[in-house]
Design a protein around this ligand. Structure first.
Ligand code: GLC
Ligand code: MG
Length: 672
């Protein structure tokens, strides 16, 4: 953006400006039409900011302009994906395992690699193409492995490197790839680099982290270097008496932010990636990877933005000045195979359209890079994961998870018309420039089923119907689906009632703060539960019984659920189960290229209740119809839909004038 006196529309025309403004509007629960209205759009930015001041509580103009200036020419359009040259992950179904809660082999109550190994057939039978494991590296577990102490060792309670080698080979033998979680925005405070930095801040490791001297006369009781807040509460700085320095931690006090300005840090990370690639790991999900580049000097965050987004400082690192550069370098130096690289210990076997296994595939030229990118909207998705940009392959856009004006901590019912609108708008705007990562559940969020249904998530028929509808959307829209463990059996939130049932550092810190503000324990728990990450971290329900087939011991984080019919074993034998619905959907994807590679046309675009679309393979007459009732009521189908033969549907294969609550189907359109 070059205009000397920019208008609001100039800012909105810049991808970073557009995503930032859209994010603010979403947070305020306002429609984007608010800025595209010509009267508003033509206002000089400063005038617009003055008008918005009462709503925003301050002036955000200069922060916005700084952000845009950082990305002056870093937003060239990217070429569209070439349909014939799609990488494997374009067609894949990913499945996220939270290893601590998946399967425990040794009865210590903690899930482990051998437990997972014994359950790999569950994933292969589901039809999964790539398994992603949440952290398994050696860690003191202040944030459940998202605080790594050794990037080349397995956490003792999860097993050994030999177990992991076996697991990699086990996935590959079943035609599945496997990726791990790379947590390199920060390390554990127990990582040898950090220990060395503390012991000698002027030594070789001092520059690995963001260490700052105290102000004169300061002993750690004085103000920290800036006003940035930690995502887990309080200041993002902690005083290190031994080093006489402040250290930055955007997350827990034991998660120390690495300084990516230091070239040796970047080289270390690239080496870690190469090391795992040689062991057969097929890529990584990169934890909060959009936070790695921080604005030099680490200036104070804008107060209005801080209040609005709840985390002062965020505009200085959620899309930092050198982000693109760092990602490109990491892709080249870490993820890209060079001719003299060792051949990986194993590679995945190919899988045919009917699911049968073939020969092991040649090593991928580039390991897949899936970015976890909180705060990144549609335009930044294109910048970070656009085809041909040489940065990430896909990113997670979290805007789908909560409705307008809502945050994860609100107790509210999610309206699925927003989900439809979000996906359609994202797909329309991306127009094939980047692949959408489609996810609804993960280890950081309450279950989508419960967000939509509230207390009615206990109703077995509504619960199953909605679970099938959601997974149909996820698996049939253009994009790469990421299922999270438990989704295939319609996992819901837990009826936790006391603080002692929660284990997550974020929940516990929040409880402590609310208690300090004077809330009773019951009130504090009630305020934490809607957003608690603990809901999605309880053991997988393999079979009925108190320990759900997860362990023979005492689970580290017991679940509360006892509902009948929602375990893998029970659903296995029920043809109408969610589990079998997911299997059929994935098998259909594999068999019918139109459902994966086909273009998409939305039907009844403006309906808030009906979500329907066509998938057509260019150059063929093959067209498929997908329909979902987004409500808990019977609705009428829109008029003028094509005639189609239902291949898969719930609750039935009939296609009449009406649709049952959360009914969903996939049908082949009849020619003529
Ligand atoms: C990501 C992880 C989350 C973790 C945080 C800090 O958001 O998904 O679990 O707490 O990063 O590493
Ligand atoms: Mg165990």
């Amino acid at each position: 953006m070059t205009a000397e006196h920019p208008r609001l529309k100039d800012v909105y025309a810049h991808p970073v400006g557009r995503d930032a403004i859209d994010r603010v509007l979403l947070q305020l629960g306002r429609s984007p039409r608010w800025v595209t209205n010509p009267l508003v759009a033509n206002l000089p930015l400063r005038a617009a900011a003055r008008l918005a001041r009462p709503v925003l509580g301050g002036d955000i103009t200069s922060s916005l302009l700084d952000l845009l200036a950082d990305h002056g020419d870093g937003h060239k359009a990217s070429p569209r994906a070439d349909a014939d040259d799609r990488p494997w992950w374009n067609r894949a179904v990913f499945y996220q395992v939270y290893p601590r809660s998946f399967a425990d082999s040794d009865g210590d109550g903690v899930g482990d690699l051998r437990g997972l190994l014994a359950r790999l057939d569950h994933l292969a039978d589901l039809g999964v193409d790539c398994v992603w494991l949440s952290p398994i590296f050696d860690s003191p577990n202040e944030d459940m492995g998202y605080d790594v102490r050794d990037y080349r060792a397995v956490m003792a309670e999860m097993g050994t490197l030999a177990d992991l080698d076996e697991l990699i080979a086990g996935c590959h033998a079943r035609g599945m790839r496997i990726i791990l979680d790379l947590v390199v925005n920060h390390t554990s405070a127990e990582h040898p680099w950090f220990r060395a930095a503390v012991a000698d801040p002027e030594g070789p490791y001092g520059s690995y982290y963001h260490l700052r001297r105290g102000r004169p006369g300061e002993d750690g009781s004085g103000p920290p270097p800036n006003n940035w807040a930690s995502f887990f509460g309080g200041s993002a700085w902690r005083w290190l008496p031994q080093a006489q320095r402040w250290a930055l931690h955007l997350f827990a006090p034991g998660q120390m932010d690495l300084n990516w300005e230091e070239p040796r840090v970047r080289a270390e990370v690239a080496q870690i990636v190469r090391w795992w690639r040689a062991r057969g790991i097929d890529g990584f999900r990169l934890d909060v990877i959009n936070y790695i580049s921080k604005r030099p000097g680490l200036p104070d965050g804008n107060e209005a933005i801080g209040t609005l987004m709840q985390f002062p400082g965020i505009e200085h690192y959620f899309f930092g000045p050198r982000l693109h550069e760092h990602l490109r370098e990491l892709r080249t130096d870490g993820f890209t195979r060079s001719p003299d690289d060792p051949v990986p210990m194993s590679t995945a076997r190919s899988r045919r359209a009917d699911g049968a296994l073939g020969e092991p595939l040649p090593p991928d030229p580039i390991g897949v890079m899936v970015g976890e990118t909180p705060g990144v909207g549609v335009e930044l998705t294109r910048l970070l994961a656009g085809t041909g940009r040489g940065e990430l392959d896909m990113v997670f856009n979290f805007d789908v998870l909560d409705g307008p004006g809502r945050t994860r901590w609100d107790d509210y019912r999610y309206d699925l018309s927003y989900l439809k609108e979000h996906y359609l708008r994202s797909l329309e705007r991306l127009g094939g420039d980047a692949q959408l990562a489609l996810f609804l559940d993960n280890h950081d969020n309450p279950r989508m089923l419960s967000k939509v249904l509230g207390d009615r998530d206990q109703d077995p028929s509504l619960r199953s119907a909605l679970a099938k509808a959601l997974v149909t959307i996820q698996l049939m829209l253009p994009g790469t689906p990421f299922l999270y463990q438990g989704q295939e059996i319609a996992a819901i939130d837990q009826r936790f009632t006391s603080a002692s049932e929660l284990h997550d550092v974020e929940s516990l810190n929040r409880l402590t703060r609310l208690r300090a503000d004077g809330l009773t324990e019951a009130d504090a728990v009630a305020r934490v539960l809607p957003g608690a990450r603990d809901h999605a971290r309880v053991p997988m329900r393999w079979e009925p019984g108190p320990t759900t087939g997860f362990t023979t011991g005492t689970p580290w984080q017991p679940g509360r659920e006892e509902s009948v019919g929602f375990t893998v074993a029970e659903q296995e034998s029920d043809q109408g189960s969610v589990l079998n619905h997911v299997r059929r959907l994935i098998a259909l994807r594999r068999a019918e290229p139109a459902l994966v590679d086909g273009g998409m046309t939305a039907l009844a675009r403006s309906s808030r209740r009906y979500f329907g679309w066509l998938r057509t393979l260019p150059g063929t007459a093959e067209t498929w119809l997908i329909e979902v009732n987004l409500t808990d009521r019977t609705i009428r189908r829109p008029r003028g839909l094509p005639d189609a033969e239902v291949a898969l549907g719930s609750p039935s294969l009939e296609r009449g004038a009406t649709m049952a609550p959360y009914e969903c189907l996939v049908a082949r359109v009849r020619a003529g």
